[in-house]
Design a protein around this ligand. Structure first.
Ligand code: BG6
Length: 484
């Protein structure tokens, strides 16, 4: 591993994302020894004028719950917080970024031995509208200048644009300043344990290889359900809606991993090449393959316009035009304020031909990968009902992570992805052409929603969403529901 100074600069340090995700992930990495105290300095940067200690105090409660913490944990928190320095400045001032650069350089010269390199990681926990200006400041004032090597990398969060055109514009602006290997576009779903497991499952198990195609698979569902609304985020959400918030990025990334061909190797470029190909094989969306919904009460939020048509629920069927998948509907579904919180991938197999047991009514074989909560994989099979009778029943082959891997802590998505950034591994980050291909799929639909041509159907909070969504699946995807 590389050694030498490592400066992590969290821009937008007092914002929600930084407090809830970035700093806690850094803290966990620190506790596990991935951020050695003699190399690291973490800089929080934001406009608010506060001291180092004030930032540390603000972060404390996000790192540990005081009343449940052991003395060791509290000690770790305090050691970690002392690695954090705060720099206040605006996002478009060269003077302020020169000051930031000076502080980083001071840290580097106090840390580096003769052969150590200087590594600078800029984490933009900021609204995308200011990415171009911030990237320009970094490029002008804060690049690693060490003769001893090292790097400068920037991490950016979604939303990367609002449609194909704005995303391409953003990519071009950032692309003029940084090379692709310096840009880490985070999609935190790619850091989830069972999403990372997808390629292993598919390509390291002989069992699945011959089955993973249109001959055997009836449909695939990729679902994210949340049992809470847009609480406190109405202003942001109303500008984007559920498709831009979850489907075009998180669910589409999972779709890629389920549907792509086998990569030439595990080289991140080979993997991303295959993801781009399968995205390019998706046919234009048809209006009658889409159901949109909006939960009742969504517009009560004072930051949401009274007549908003923004969907908080969507079911979209993707159709892939290639040899493996033609005719297999990929159902992407996401919703806020539904009856439960869970995310899973459900691969539903076709009915058994010549069914002598007449077991069809009990349901099809299904392979379910539950991403959260309680990571698990299970396979729904038809078995003989134990007992004297010869009757059949649907049962499960169940691999629940909590039981099978007792005592193993599953890392948080952000933790893993930040560590990848430090290592320079881009496998779980979105490449520019992938981003473009994903916007190509959804942009026409998004434009017609924005123009009010596509209406969101109202649904009651705490339900499965609009009934029309289930009807769509039955009618268009032959989807037989076998769960709640
Ligand atoms: C974010 C969305 O990207 O993902 C949120 O902006 C959503 O609206 C969240 O709630 C879901 O992430 P997770 O990891 O809790 O499933």
């Amino acid at each position: 591993p590389e050694t030498g100074s490592l400066s992590i600069i969290v821009l937008g340090a007092s914002g929600d994302l930084a407090k809830k995700k970035t700093f806690p992930a850094l803290f966990n990495l620190y506790r596990q020894g991935f951020l050695p105290a003699d190399e690291i300095c973490i800089f929080g940067y934001a406009r608010t004028k506060i001291s180092d200690d004030e930032l540390r105090n603000r972060l404390h409660g996000f790192l540990v719950k005081e009343k449940d913490a052991s003395p060791e944990q509290l000690q770790d928190v305090s050691k970690f917080l002392h690695l954090i320095k705060y720099v206040s400045g605006s996002y478009d001032s060269e003077n302020d970024f020169h000051l930031l650069d000076k502080k980083i350089s001071e840290h580097e010269s106090s840390t580096n031995s003769a052969e150590g390199s200087s590594r600078r990681l800029f984490y933009l926990a900021l609204p995308p509208s200011i990415y171009p200006s911030v990237c320009k400041m970094i490029k002008t004032c804060c690049m690693n200048k060490s003769d001893l090597g090292g790097w400068t990398r920037v991490v950016v969060e979604k939303p990367f644009g609002k449609d194909l055109e704005s995303a391409e514009q953003l990519s071009t602006q950032i692309g003029e300043l940084f090379e692709e290997p310096q840009i880490y576009r985070i999609d935190h779903y790619l850091g989830k344990e069972l999403v990372q497991n997808m390629l292993v499952l598919r390509f390291a198990n002989r069992l699945f290889l011959p089955l993973w195609n249109r001959d055997n698979i009836a449909n695939v569902q990729i679902v994210s359900k949340e049992d809470f609304g847009t609480e406190g985020r109405g202003g942001y959400f109303d500008q984007y809606g559920i498709i831009r918030d979850i489907i075009q990025n998180h669910l589409l990334q999972i779709f890629c991993l389920v549907a792509m061909e086998k990569p030439v190797s595990l080289n991140p470029e080979h993997i991303r090449d295959e993801k781009v190909k399968v995205l390019q094989s998706v046919l234009p969306l048809k209006d009658d393959d889409v159901v949109l919904g909006q939960y009742e009460g969504y517009r009560d939020d004072s930051t949401v316009p009274d007549h908003s048509n923004t969907p908080t629920f969507a079911t979209v069927i993707l159709r892939v035009h290639n040899e493996r998948w033609e005719g297999v509907p990929f159902i992407l579904k996401a919703g806020k304020a539904l009856n439960s919180r869970k995310a899973d991938i459900r691969v539903q197999f076709k009915d058994v031909p010549g069914d002598i047991f007449k077991c069809k009514k009990q349901g099809r074989n299904e392979f379910v990968i539950r991403l959260q909560p309680s990571e698990a994989m299970y396979m729904k099979l038809t078995v003989k009902q134990p007992g004297l009778e010869m009757s059949t029943v649907q049962s499960e082959l169940d691999l629940s992570y909590r039981q099978r891997y007792q005592g193993v802590t599953i890392p948080e998505a952000y933790e893993r992805l930040i560590l990848d950034t430090i290592k320079g591994d881009q496998q779980h980050f979105v490449r520019r052409d992938e981003l473009k291909a994903s916007w190509e799929i959804f942009t026409p639909l998004l434009h017609s929603i924005d123009k009010g041509e596509f209406k969101s159907i109202p649904y009651q909070p705490g339900t499965r969403g609009p009934a029309e969504a289930d009807e769509l699946l039955l009618e268009k995807a032959g989807y037989v529901q076998t769960h709640g």
